[in-house]
Structures are given as C-alpha cells and as structure tokens.
Design a binder for this molecule. Structure first.
Ligand code: ZN
Length: 81
C-alpha cells in the first residue's frame, strides 16, 4: 500500500479512540466500546488473544516483504555484474 493511499484511508475514517479494556479502536461518538461492551471477561480474553495473533501475523508478513525486497535487490545487483 502506498503512503498516499493509507493517508487517504485515514482521513476517511471517523474519529476513533482506543478502548482501555480491549485496546482496540472504537468510534469516539459511541460511549460504549463496539468490540468489548457486550463481552464477559473470558470472551474479552479470547478477543485479546485473537488481536495479538493478528498483530503477530502482520509482523511476520512484514518480514517476508523485507526478505523479498532484499532478494530482488540482490538479483538487481547481480544483473549489473
Ligand atoms: Zn473495548
């Protein structure tokens, strides 16, 4: 995703605040968190575990991306030799 595109997406989104309970973003306009307001403690723990997994997936993907661009850079370098 290009920087310009992600900026445009941010501008489109309504104002959000971070929920203290589940640490997910929820619209500022709603006084209750849209993610965890109807969850009990065990459901909340499950939600947080899922959220953690998503974060880890993203960082793994980032590593692959970095690795891929490293390979491409190396190939480019080799083609000049
Ligand atoms: Zn919440």
């Amino acid at each position: 995703m290009s920087v310009g595109m992600s900026l445009a997406m941010k501008a489109k989104q309504p104002k959000q605040k971070r929920c203290d309970r589940c640490e997910l973003y929820t619209p500022e306009a709603s006084d209750k968190c849209i993610h965890c307001s109807d969850l009990n403690e065990s459901q909340l723990a499950q939600l947080q575990a899922q959220h953690q997994e998503t974060l880890e997936d993203n960082s793994t993907f980032g590593k692959y991306l970095l690795f891929g661009s490293g390979i491409i850079g190396l190939l480019l370098l080799l083609s000049f030799l």
